[in-house]
Design a protein around this ligand. Sequence first.
Ligand code: PMP
Length: 302
Amino acid sequence: MQVTECIGRTPLVRLERIPQQHGVPADVQILGKAEWFNPGGSIKDRAALQIVKEAMEQGLLRPGMTLLDATSGNTGIAYAMIGAAWGFSVTLVVPESISEERRRILQAYGAQLLFSDPYEGTDGAIRLARELAAREPDRYFYADQYSNPANWRAHYNGTGVEIIEQTDGAVTHLVAGLGTTGTMMGTGRRLKEFNPAITLVGVQPDDAFHGLEGLKHLTTAIVPAIYDPSVIDRMEFVNTDEAFAMARQLAREEGLFVGPSAAAAVVAAFRVARELDHGVIVVILPDSGVKYLSTPLWQDGS
Ligand code: PMP
């Protein structure tokens, strides 16, 4: 088996202890899609694999070319892993503020890093990647995860189908954070086709300046081209401190060591759950806490 063949088919883990403490009724199940089980450590392995496969099929990524993209980290790790496994170069534009762990992981896989202005966040990285791609179109395949429909198709063909199978079709709600929005667009569309009564809940940071790496405050950020707001039924805004507190509780009382965006999605899932009598809520947990050890989330020993 090749490493890329290990992408997808992640476990669905039931939260057993903390939902009750947050007022979730006993007949409402909270199931977490444990995406850190992907070999690159996050949900973005799925999107990156689909983007690379389609680009190769369409002759956009040819031998000798370099894959280029702007990424806050996880997609970059996924591209770097696939590039190393399949033998193509990967250049990533990342905000200079990305965590030390992410930087070192990317370098471990042999990716080349270009740094953009940390104050401009992922939007600054996107602008710089666009400039580079326009300047040297024969050198770079610009993967453009924010506009590339292969991003959401990965979830339409993978994540969504898996959730239907793993819940025996009983899923009533999907809760997912919005970054490129690929997870929600693909998984959401698949679930709605299966059962239009399934409620799709998008999760955003409550402020432009936030610590929920991987998520976007869509009201103030560059809106991804693949984003179609009409797909989503309900939007929940989560505060960074609230998400951090949930991340700590998930680690200590459920044994689930997740990243801040996963914890934010759990906060939103509990809000939705408290309004129900019964239901099966699937929450996407995009990555683990490992890459955030040097960030304020875990630094104060709290
Ligand atoms: N959480 C994390 C940790 C991520 O890296 C990402 C990807 N940016 C997301 C959530 C959001 O996923 P998507 O891009 O599919 O909206």
